[in-house]
Design a binder for this molecule. Structure first.
Ligand code: FRU
Length: 535
């Protein structure tokens, strides 16, 4: 264990006292077994989130292979267990019954002679279409991933492989016919995401290939046919296309459904670095075609990003986990390639976002996806603070003179009479760090400003600008859900129509929340702060 000096020790103890129920969220089983380790607050553990998934040790990036089966949500992830920077990729693994409390499992896939294990997906092969079940009737889980082989000349060869599990995702055996899709020509050729195409009774897979997405189908998950491609010259192309996803969603309040295509891009995000864009259209079993109205709006103003904050990348959906109302479930990597390898944690690096529902709405401004935290999070609500009808004339503290550690909380607010003005929320601590976010009426944008939020100097791009997001909702009411952990904020404005996720590293926990008006006094109709409890 690393030795710590007195200042750090004092700081660590204070931080721990502030944190009601602070714990390592890698899971309750481990927490019980290893509580003495979890309670040793070495400096790097200061930034371990209270309720977002982090690996116990080592590097993590994209979520992979997410599926639901038999009461468990599975999350695999890009993982390098031997260092806190990106390296030879493995698939780490964690399980959860509610997508909130995770228990880390042994590593699921190790590099082999075909290469290291890049991103991919997993499906529950209910009819044993692959024949990889260990008896004719058993149900295998089949993972498809990219084998990425360094060629020694700065280039790599990326092919697609599969592995199967006959113990519900605990352990995998690599298929002996790998790779199932070879590649000699395309440099960036990766991140297969498999989905079951119900209408056509076949597997469909989307794969990122540089500046486009390739569509494949298969009857058995082993033999794949190239169908079509999509994307050259369409949408954002500031960087390489990665981690696609394709799924169908009902349009809220109608009998209609549409297909959604996610494409992550790095760099080229709306506020710099990594981000994920989406397209709405139809898929006829062969080809993805953008909806005409969507295409027109996209060409006029490309503001179709699943998240405008800088820290939600490579997000994809859970397989076999659609909610009863038709919504899908997703999670992203809560970091950005611009600085992910330099953030101030040592034992581990990176967290995942909160799990989110995805819904599709259509109104006068066209189709738009809505993202919100999964309702399972409500089960963790503890103490509640609520204030109503507060006239905001000047900067006003929202929890009175109380100082509460806000680093595991869920906040809802509602402002209904803001016509010409703007608002700024400020999260503060005793040492002058401040995280600001709000709405700016002059250019109709939401924003997050982490420039003075604590430790920001580890990489120039971390706080070089304020992140902004266009407000697309035309509602007169301003509503939002704010999710706060020790080192992250997730903002779901206008019922999830505009989302911003950002990480930060304060020198002490934030214990004050205030709101400030600009250009107009207004009434804060309600603010509800739910402390979240994780024991
Ligand atoms: C996205 C990504 C994927 C790739 C993986 C490698 O963050 O670059 O395209 O499979 O990370 O770790």
């Amino acid at each position: 264990m690393k030795t710590i000096n007195h200042r750090n020790l004092l700081f660590a103890v204070m931080w721990c006292l502030f944190l009601v129920g602070c714990k390592n969220t890698t899971g309750s089983k481990q927490n019980v077994a290893e509580s003495s380790e979890a309670r040793t607050y070495t400096e790097e553990e200061l930034y371990r989130p209270n309720f977002h998934f982090t690996p116990k040790k080592g590097w993590m990036n994209d979520p992979n292979g997410m599926f639901y089966y038999n009461g468990y949500y599975h999350l695999y992830f890009q993982h390098y267990p031997d260092d806190n920077v990106w390296g030879p990729m493995h698939w780490g693994h964690a399980i959860s019954t509610d997508m909130i409390t995770w228990t880390e499992q042994p590593i699921a896939l190790y590099p082999d002679e075909l290469g290291t294990i890049f991103s991919g997906s997993a499906v529950v092969d209910i009819s044993n279409s692959s024949g990889l079940g260990d008896t004719e009737r058993s149900i295998p889980v089949v993972a498809m991933y990219t084998s990425s082989k360094e060629l020694g000349d700065g280039n790599w060869k990326q092919t697609q492989s599969i592995a199967y599990s006959n113990d519900e995702g605990k352990t995998f055996t690599k298929f002996d016919g790998n790779p199932v899709i070879d590649n000699t020509k395309i440099k960036d050729f990766r991140d297969p995401k498999v989905t079951w195409d119900e209408a056509r009774n076949k597997w469909v897979m989307v794969l990122a290939a540089g500046d486009k997405i390739m569509f494949y189908d298969s009857k058995d998950l082993k033999n794949w046919n190239l169908l079509s491609d999509f994307g050259q010259g369409i949408g954002g192309h500031g960087g390489v296309w990665e981690c696609p996803d394709l799924f169908e969603l009902p349009v809220l309040g109608t009998d209609e459904s549409k297909w959604v295509l996610f494409v992550s891009i790095n760099p080229g995000g709306p506020n710099g670095g990594s981000a994920t864009q989406y397209f709405i259209g139809d898929f006829d079993g062969t080809k993805f075609t953008m909806d005409k109205d969507f295409e027109k709006r996209l060409n006029e103003n490309h503001n179709y990003w699943i998240d405008f904050g800088r820290d939600n990348y490579a997000g994809v959906t859970w397989s076999n986990a659609r909610k009863k109302d038709g919504s899908m479930l997703m999670m992203g990597w809560m970091s950005n390639w611009d600085y992910a390898q330099k953030v101030p944690t040592e034992k581990w690096r990176s967290a995942m976002t909160i799990a989110r529902t995805i819904q599709l709405q259509k109104n006068e401004s066209g189709y738009r996806l809505l993202f919100n935290p999964v309702s399972e999070l409500n089960n963790y609500r503890g103490t509640k603070f609520e204030e109503k009808n507060i006239q905001i004339k000047e900067e006003t503290n929202l929890i009175g003179t109380n100082e509460i550690d806000l680093s595991s909380s869920e906040i809802h607010f509602n402002i209904s009479d803001l016509q010409t003005g703007s608002y700024t929320f400020k999260l503060k601590n005793k040492v002058g760090d401040e995280l600001k976010f709000g709405f700016n009426h002059t250019n109709n944008t939401y924003y997050v400003n982490r420039q003075n939020s604590g430790k920001v100097g580890f990489e120039e791009k971390f706080a070089n600008k304020v992140s902004v997001a266009p407000r697309t909702s035309t509602s007169k009411e301003f509503t939002g859900t704010i999710l706060l952990d020790k080192t992250s904020i997730e903002l779901f404005f206008d019922n999830g129509e505009t989302v911003m996720t950002e990480i930060f590293f304060p020198n002490q926990p934030y214990t004050q929340l205030s709101i400030e008006p600009h250009g107009q006094e207004f009434i804060l109709d309600s603010i509800e702060i739910n402390k979240l409890k994780f024991n």
